[in-house]
Each structure stands twice: as C-alpha cells, then as structure tokens.
Design a binder for this molecule. Structure first.
Ligand code: PLP
Length: 567
C-alpha cells in the first residue's frame, strides 16, 4: 500500500472513455480499457486516486453484422442507475453563452485490500438544460465537431468544477489520459483569475497550472490528434478563453489542437511504450517526453483456470504481479491442462453465440480489436494461395476475428466486409469466423482461449497495443509486427514471433514473413512438439505477464509522474 506520507495529495485521472465492466459500455477500445485497468490497479495499490469521465448513458454502440459483414449500430443503453450512485452537487460549464448544468454519478472501484477509488461519471441530462445540452453525455465519440468540443468542455471544465464541489481540496495532479481532457487546464487557469485578463494570466500563471498537470499521449499520427476550428471554439467558449488558448500557443492554422494544449500545460508528458516515446519526441521536439509502457490489470484479464493455477503455485501473484515471473517453474502439464480448459470453454461459447463449431485440437489464431485501417486485419489474406497451401501442407488452423468499426469510419467498415469476403472464399480450406460486438467479456474469452494472438498494425501507428499483453498473461504467445509494446515484449521463439524485423518492409514482405513464421516455426512446433509450444506459452507468462501489468505501470507513474509536487 502507498501511504499518505508517501503520496499526500490526490491524483485526478481524466479519461473520455473508461472500461470498468462489460455491463458498462462506456469504452470503445484500448484507451478506455487502459483507463479502467489503471483505476483498478490504483485501488489495489492504495493510491489516492479519483477518476473522472462522462456518463455515456447510451454507451458506445452495439454492433450487428449481416451475412456480408455490413455493420449496423444500435444504442448500447445500460442500467447506470443501478450500477452508479447519484451525487448531490450540481456545477456549471460555459457553453455558447449559457451555463450548462452538470451532475455526477459515482462508481466505486475496490482494490484487493479494500482501498477504494471513486470514479465520477458526469451527466448533463437535467431538465434545466435544453435537449441538445442534455445529449452531450449520451454517447461516446458520437456527433459532429461542435458536439465533440462541448463534450470535452464538460469533461475537462465540468470535471474540475465537480471535484471541487465534491470537496476534493487536495488534488496535486490532474492526469489527462489523451488530449480529450485538456480543457481541465483552462478551468485551472480560470480559478486563479477571478477578475482580470485571462489571456495575460495564461502567460504569467501557466507555470502554476503546469505544476498540477500530467499528460499521457496515445496517438502517434498528427492527424489522430483532436482539433477544432477557431470559429467554433470562439462560438462555444467566447473571446476571452480563445485569447487565453492563443496565449498558450495551442492554436495553429486557425485550429485549436488539444494535444498542444495538454503538452504546453503539463509538467510531465509520456508516451505509452518505449518506441512510442521516441515517435512522440520526433513529433513534438519542443517537449521532454518520457515513456511508460502500458500494462493490463492481471486479475481482471486472467481466465479462471489460469488464476487457479497461479493461486496454487504462486499465491503472492494477486498482491504483487511481479511474482508471475516464477511461472517458469509451473509444471508444463499443468499449464497445458489449464489452457485446454479455457479453450474448451471458448469453443463452447462461440458455438452458443454463432452456431459455428470450431475444432478443439486445431491451432486457433485470433485477431480482435477495433477495426481501424492501420490495424490491417486483412494482412493475413494478402496471398490466399500461399495461405491455403500452408494449411494443406503444414497443418490446419482456424481464425477468429472480432472488432467494431467507428460508425463514421468507412475504411474500418470496409475492412470487416473484406474479412467476410475472404472467409467465404476460403471456406473449403480454412475456417474464418467473425464474432459480433467485441467487448470486454469477449476479449477475456478470446485472449485466453486461443493458441496464437495475431497483430499486424502498420508501423509506427500502434502506440502500444494491450491485447497481446492479456494473451501473454494467459500463456498465449503473440505473432506480431514489431511495433508498440511488442518491441519490448518480443523474444523470438521464446515469448512468440515477430512479423518482419526492425527494418522497413512493404506489405508483401510483411505478409511473406507472417507466412514463413506460420509455415516454418509455429505450425510445425504446435503439431510436432506440443511441449515446445506450451513452453513458449509459459515463457510468455513468466517474461511478459510478470511485467506488462498495470501494477508495474501505475508504480512507474507514481515514481516518474506523480511524486514530488505539492498541492
Ligand atoms: C484490450 C482490448 C482492446 C485493445 O486491443 P489492442 O490489441 O490493444 O488494440 C480493445 N478492445 C477491447 C474490448 C479490449 O478488451
């Protein structure tokens, strides 16, 4: 536990999306899962942390896919009144000259030792607001630029006001998980300037704000950073605030850049893997940018049969995940037995969901994550003839896909349709199934139940990636492009396999490497030397499960980002 003397002030962790439970669909992908895992690990470690997000009463969305892979979306309403506790205070945020009223709902994250981390879900669905204002906390990443901008005002400015109204007087650090929350800096600045000129204060007082802010960037492409036209910002926030934003140099080409706002007003900045830190330093050479590699919450993402195994052989693992290093001493037969159980359970679940009966003895590969163009779900299908030849000559395998495309992302949606087309084309030689509505529950099942976790992002766009870490915790090796966390987690033939090496390759070159690894390393080992394959799974637990967890990650945030400031 981290004592009050050690870290006397609170850390307020702001994130537009948070994944705490499958029944709370307020996340879209890795960013939200990371936020949930961070809050859980903070509770386990006894950290004085509080979370802030939006209610998203209709969630992200529920995905349906027709026989050709066309995605349709429906609202993912959830029972927030049962899951959360309403708070009394009401605060206001300034939007287009009006004071929009905000309330909060509380969720309690309880750690292994009973320490609690409260998470506040901000909500504008109050009769005092007009219907457009009420819709601001309805759905995640929904709506046009104006809607998005106003959502970010509610998160950043509403969050700061709400924490104050709730009585938090001792917040030393505001941690922005991505730039969506960067308006909190504006709220902090305004607090110091009751009367007088905000723009002048922005210059003289920004050091005081910086001392209270920490920023984690997640996006390695400039286009991925949130930007809003100046006219829109003026309309929503007014001339004074626009002048202040100009004074802190976060307006460029008549666009407000939320990443610049966060960068310029943070005392500490980090990327989410070592490689991503390098990329971010190249993108933003004026800033000192550190790296803290992501992790996953071990107890959450370990399947029950593996949990039982660790409880028997390494009982300390729940309290201190680093003990998982000792998994190397668990008898191989035990690891194999646990994996068999998880795989059986997965096969049964898939049959129940889809009617598709996967074979339990066949090498099962999974690609499951948000369907975004740069993730290249279709790299596996670059050369269908070669793929079929491998399955025929070397040994059979089956592939599971899952993932949602953002409702406006036509490339991501087309990618899903392509996977359906390939699945149809290959139906006599290779079984490919696509599971609807990827969520935390399905991720837990797939990451643990398959035999190989595939990741094929276009370098260097995968800032970290975390689902391969979930797989490693469960003894499932990765086959992945050397990007994000895999640069650190990959030991060839020990924790999994790399696609390509650290040099630039074209798509054909990467696909060839993928096929070569399948044909010459993975399939021969799986069918020819099953003990050898299980040893790789066990090494993945010991080397990667013991390191890529949020306990280590949060301790690094404490050490590098949170310590050493007075509230
Ligand atoms: C872990 C997780 C992700 C992140 O997947 P990446 O491979 O890191 O992109 C996305 N969605 C869900 C539901 C997850 O559990």
């Amino acid at each position: 536990m981290i004592s009050k003397e050690f870290l006397p002030h609170h850390v307020a962790y702001f994130s537009m999306e948070v994944g705490l439970d499958s029944s709370m669909p307020t996340y879209s992908g890795g960013l939200g899962i990371l936020a949930g895992d961070t809050l859980r690990a903070a509770a386990d470690l006894g950290l004085p942390m509080v979370g802030v997000t939006l209610l998203h009463r209709k969630g992200y969305f529920r995905q349906s896919l027709d026989a050709r892979g066309n995605q349709t979306e429906s609202p993912a309403g959830w029972n927030y009144e049962e899951a959360l506790e309403p708070m009394v205070p009401r605060v206001f945020v300034p939007i287009a000259g009006r004071a929009v009223m905000v309330r909060a709902w509380r969720y309690i994250v309880r750690g292994v030792f009973g320490h609690i981390v409260p998470v506040y879900f901000l909500d504008t669905d109050l009769k005092e607001n007009n219907s457009w204002e009420m819709s601001l906390t309805e759905a995640l990443y929904d709506g046009d630029a104006r809607h998005r901008l106003c959502q970010e005002v509610v998160l950043g400015m509403g969050g700061v006001a709400m924490l104050q109204a709730l009585g938090y007087k001792n917040i030393g650090t505001h941690h922005m998980n991505e730039g969506h929350a960067a308006f909190l800096t504006l709220a902090l600045l305004e607090q110091d300037v009751v009367h007088g000129d905000l723009a002048a204060a922005a210059q003289s007082d920004c050091e005081a704000v910086r001392q209270h802010c920490v920023f984690t960037t997640h996006t390695p492409v400039p286009a991925g950073h949130d930007q809003f036209p100046v006219d829109l910002v003026r309309d929503v926030l007014g001339d004074q605030r626009l002048a202040a934003l100009e004074a802190v140099r976060c307006i460029n080409n008549r666009m407000l850049n939320m990443t610049y706002l966060a960068l310029h007003l943070s005392r500490y900045i980090n990327g989410v893997a070592m490689r991503h830190g390098e990329i971010s330093r190249d993108l933003f050479p004026d800033h000192a940018i550190d790296s803290i590699t992501n992790g996953v919450h071990a107890a959450t993402w370990t399947a029950p049969p593996l949990r039982n195994l660790y409880d028997r052989f390494i009982p300390e693992w729940r309290r201190d995940n680093f003990y998982l290093r000792y998994a190397i001493k668990i008898p191989l037969a035990e690891v194999q037995r646990a994996h068999r159980l998880v795989k059986q359970e997965m096969v049964a679940q898939i049959a129940q969901r889809t009617g598709a009966h996967l074979a339990e003895k066949v090498l099962t590969i999974c690609f499951a994550r948000r369907s975004a163009g740069y993730k290249r779900a279709d790299l596996l299908f670059t050369d269908l003839e070669r793929l079929e030849a491998i399955a025929e000559r070397t040994g059979p395998f089956q592939v599971i896909y899952s993932g949602k495309a953002h409702p406006h992302d036509q490339v991501g949606k087309a990618m899903i349709r392509r996977i359906f087309e390939f699945s149809e084309k290959l139906k006599n030689s290779l079984r490919v199934v696509y599971l609807e509505n990827y969520d935390m529950d399905l991720a837990r099942t797939l990451c643990a139940g398959v035999d190989l976790w595939l990741n094929t992002p276009e370098r260097p766009l995968e800032a970290s990636g975390t689902s391969g870490m979930k797989a490693a915790l469960n003894g499932v090796p990765s086959l992945s492009v050397l990007d994000g966390w895999w640069v650190e987690g990959h030991v060839e033939g020990v924790t999994g396999w790399a696609i390509g090496d650290d040099r630039e390759l074209d798509i054909a070159g990467e696909a060839k490497s993928l096929y070569d690894k399948l044909e010459h390393a993975i399939l021969p080992l799986y069918y020819g030397k099953p003990d050898g394959y299980a040893e790789i799974g066990r090494s993945a637990i010991s080397l990667n499960g013991s390191y890529f967890h949020t306990q280590r990650m949060v301790l690094q945030y404490v050490r590098n980002a949170y310590l050493g400031v007075e509230p």
